[in-house]
Write a protein that binds this ligand. Structure first.
Ligand code: ARG
Length: 846
């Protein structure tokens, strides 16, 4: 990323240049002219008007000229840099900026910088001054020192490019390093090995920022850093804070984030980590904001690291807590010679982010008659680009980078293979893990199916309807059985996926010929045909809303209906599910407000027919315990105070007073029953609000709110799910997930580890027929009709989660009831949450 031209900051100076331009204005003269004789008064008034008009246009012209064309309007430009010094050693006193040693060395460095700049006409002309911020041990052993500084220039706007160039010309390119030293070394000054500087990140010079404290942290003893106020309050506004970490010489700094929750928009609040003691862009390791998902363990290349936090005036979040420690530089197993038929390699410190400026080479050699293949099971290496100039993996002659190479197989054409890993000085990533294997060239997948992309998969996965190869080759040219339909592309899919509104074949064949209407007509979901022209007109012409639910453009409508989204300003738009889809559709942008919910935490590392979930995968899932009994029902986190569950969970049952708040205990951030950890929060319930119209015979209105007695601090395992607006459409066939600790088979016992299972939304009419008309419009059906996957006893009240277009997860339903569990043609029945949006708002304010 080139930040050199993004650092412009316009702050026109109030200097004499500026004021003199204003003296040209002749407006004051009109008054003077008025005092001339009365006879000529009229003439003068006319002339005055003309002159005033001229003055106004002159002023306008001057302003335009001043701001756009004048070449001497100056801006402040700040560079952050480091200077490697060869003939000085690092003294402990240099850690303290108030020590006399620090000051005298800082003076030498500043003088040296001035000297260096004096050799360049651009630099010397606009140089304002520099200040030294810190020192560290140099890389060239004990006889070297690094100084970190900031230099300020006042530069005419058009000259900024030239200034950046001049600054960069000071940096000796790697080949001419030695020569650079000679050039830069004046007779009686410091022996400068190198200078690196880059324009400062413009967000760090926002005028509203108070440059706050900087903290010096020694990491030889491990410890914890956190943002101010963490975890009891959110971080302060408008601050720029720095933590300077130093390890013992010969060690690296390691920083592991335990929590990191900032505002979503990196332009406002962010942290940035540097492989340096000053924020030199060239040494930036990462920038993070929002609620990041990747690895949050970072390593420096040398014995220093810098963490910065910048915030703006609004929307402050909990912030961060991180553990720091040091590890010896020698402790890095990477590269080497590998023999043997099988093995694995991974980037240094995987699954932590790899350190910058690192390279490793592995030489793999297998028996002569065999070839080698390597398969990447994880591959996260910066941005994809053609040449992979920055961080890359090189397998024989092939350079690889980016984040799309998971499961890629590369084969050698001989019995050896070389794998090289290289990281440059900035922006690190999680890296890779790969398994290699020797194979006989004539039989690359013994006993298994070979995909076109060279992956080997179990033969049972062939033609099972799922794309296991990743390139679909295991699903091509299949013979379909009688329960399957044949897609045009040769794939087989379950018959009941036909015409369910989602393209399961991948070529749309399963959704073809589903419409029974004439050309020019729109076929409603309920089978009605209406004229195309009635589609998306804001009126419910189908009577099931389907003609109003799939409108591409967001049209601001005169009329609101059950099928439009109501913006905060009261106007309605006609787009399908506009909220939190990443595009502002309302004129007031309110469809994109409050979209922090429904995202998954970064370390996301039964339900019948389900599978174990990963910790943190369902951070809105709550386990509701009855004191002395344990898990009884599920619930979802709506915010730091409110939970949503099923009303049938909170009904008295003989001696069990489930309607009483003090009987309950909510477990948030739980993964394994009876195993709490640092992320788990236990809360008492202050009050329970069950729906006033809950019907225990029909399970209609099966919904209840629970208020916690104390707010919880959201963390990576506790996060709210998004509530869909009343008009949100969950079409049939859409994939949804159910989660819970309920029974793993009908009549079975509850699960210890949170289970998850994938189901699909079932057509309401089909569902009513299957369930003997016991399903109301306040309910939603979901399941797998061939049976085997469902919610069950103990899952009640838990979420039916649907991932929206922007990746946010929405609460489509609450586990309510079913006929047995996971029986064929008996979908699970859920409380349709969209129907209760205003009830929730009214009762809880959420
Ligand atoms: N009522 C059950 C409970 O209390 C949940 C039943 C869900 N059943 C189903 N087949 N989806 O836990």
């Amino acid at each position: 990323m080139d930040l050199l031209d993004s650092g412009q900051k316009f702050s026109p100076r109030q200097d004499s240049d500026w004021d003199t331009t204003l003296q040209f204005l002749p407006a004051a003269d009109t008054k003077h002219l008025e005092k001339k004789s009365g006879r000529r008064k009229k003439l003068w008034i006319g002339l005055g008007l003309v002159l005033s008009a001229a003055a106004v246009s002159l002023l306008t012209g001057l302003l335009v000229w001043h701001f756009h064309l004048r070449s001497d309007v100056r801006v402040k430009r700040v560079y952050i840099g480091s200077m490697g010094i060869g003939d000085q050693r690092f003294l402990p006193a240099y850690e303290d900026p108030s020590s006399p040693q620090f000051s005298s060395m800082a003076t030498l460095v500043s003088r040296q910088l001035k000297l260096i700049y004096s050799k360049n006409s651009v630099l010397t002309k606009y140089f304002k001054g520099s200040s030294v911020q810190a020192f560290s041990e140099g890389e060239g052993g004990s006889d070297s020192l690094v100084a970190y500084y900031q230099s300020e220039f006042d530069i005419p706007v058009p000259q900024q490019g030239a200034l950046d160039e001049a600054i960069e010309s000071l940096e000796p390119s790697s080949q001419q390093g030695r020569q650079g030293r000679v050039l830069l070394k004046p007779v009686d000054a410091l022996s400068v090995n190198n200078v690196i500087s880059r324009v400062i990140d413009p967000r760090m010079t926002r005028t509203s920022l108070q440059v706050g404290e900087s903290f010096n942290v020694h990491v030889s003893k491990a410890g914890v850093v956190q943002s101010p106020g963490f975890p009891d309050s959110s971080y302060p506004s408008n601050v720029y804070l720095m933590w300077r970490f130093r390890a013992d010489p010969g060690h690296r700094v390691r920083l592991d984030f335990h929590t990191l929750i900032l505002e979503d928009d990196c332009q406002q609040d962010f942290i940035k980590i540097y492989d340096s003691l000053a924020p030199i862009e060239h040494r930036a390791l990462t920038e993070q904001c929002g609620y990041p998902h990747g690895s949050l363990s970072f390593l420096s290349s040398g014995n220093v690291m810098l963490l910065t936090l910048v915030t703006d005036e609004e929307k402050n979040f909990p912030g961060f807590r991180a553990n720091y420690s040091q590890i010896p530089l020698t402790e890095q197993k990477c590269g080497g010679t590998l023999s043997g038929d099988k093995g694995s390699v991974s980037s240094p410190f995987f699954p932590s982010n790899y350190p910058p400026r690192t390279s490793c080479v592995w030489n793999i050699e297998v028996p002569v008659e065999k070839f080698v293949k390597v398969q990447f099971s994880k591959f996260l290496l910066g941005n994809q680009s053609n040449q992979c100039p920055e961080d890359y993996v090189k397998v024989d002659d092939k350079r690889l980078c980016g984040r799309k190479l998971k499961n890629t197989v590369i084969t050698s054409q001989s019995n050896t293979m070389t794998i090289k890993f290289n990281s440059d000085s900035s922006y690190v990533d999680q890296g890779f893990t790969a398994e290699y294997e020797a194979f006989v060239p004539t039989n690359p997948c013994p006993g298994r199916f070979q995909c076109t992309n060279n992956l080997c998969i179990n033969t049972t996965l062939q033609c099972d309807g799922w794309n296991d190869c990743g390139d679909g080759s295991d699903e091509n040219n299949c013979e379909c059985n009688e329960a399957q339909m044949k897609c045009k592309n040769g794939r087989c899919k379950p018959k009941f996926w036909e015409c369910d509104g989602s393209d399961d074949c991948g070529d749309g064949t399963d959704e073809e010929n589903c419409e029974k209407c004439k050309p020019g007509e729109f076929s409603c979901r309920n089978g009605l045909c209406i004229s195309e022209t009635l589609k998306c007109n804001g009126k419910d012409d189908c009577a099931d809303g389907s003609d109003e639910s799939k409108c591409e453009r967001s049209l601001v409508l005169q009329q609101c209906s059950e099928f439009t989204f109501r913006c905060r300003d009261g106007r309605c738009i006609s787009k399908l599910n506009p909220e939190c889809d990443g595009e502002p559709d309302c004129e007031d942008g309110s469809d994109e407000d409050n979209c922090q919910c429904g995202s998954r935490p970064y370390r996301s590392s039964r339900i019948v027919g389900g599978q174990m979930s990963r910790e943190g995968e369902w951070p809105w899932q709550v386990s509701l315990h009855i004191r002395g009994t344990g898990h009884v029902c599920g619930a979802s986190v709506l915010n730091n105070r409110w939970l949503l569950t099923a009303a049938h969970c909170v009904q008295d049952n003989g001696p069990n007073k489930y309607s009483q708040a003090d009987q309950w205990e909510a477990m948030l951030g739980l993964h394994v029953q009876s195993q709490t950890n640092e992320w788990t929060v236990r809360r008492n319930i202050k009050q329970i609000i069950a729906h006033q119209d809950y019907n225990s015979m029909t399970y209609n209105n099966d919904i209840a709110l629970m208020e916690l007695d104390k707010n919880v601090t959201l963390n990576q395992n506790i996060w709210p799910i998004c509530l869909p607006s009343p008009t949100y459409d969950f079409p049939e066939g859409q994939v949804a997930w159910i989660t819970g600790w309920g029974a793993t088979r009908e009549g079975g016992s509850v699960a210890m580890i949170l289970q998850k299972a994938e189901v699909r939304i079932v057509n309401a009419t089909v569902c009513k027929n299957l369930m003997n008309d016991e399903v109301t419009d306040m309910m939603l059906c979901a399941g797998v009709l061939k049976g085997g996957v469902d919610a069950c006893q103990g899952d009640s009240g838990g979420p039916l989660s649907v991932t929206g277009p922007s990746g946010r997860v929405l609460l489509a339903g609450l586990v309510s009831w079913g006929d047995g569990c996971a029986r064929r043609n008996r979908p699970g029945i859920y409380t349709r949450v969209t129907k209760y949006r205003s009830w929730i708002k009214e009762k809880s304010g959420v």
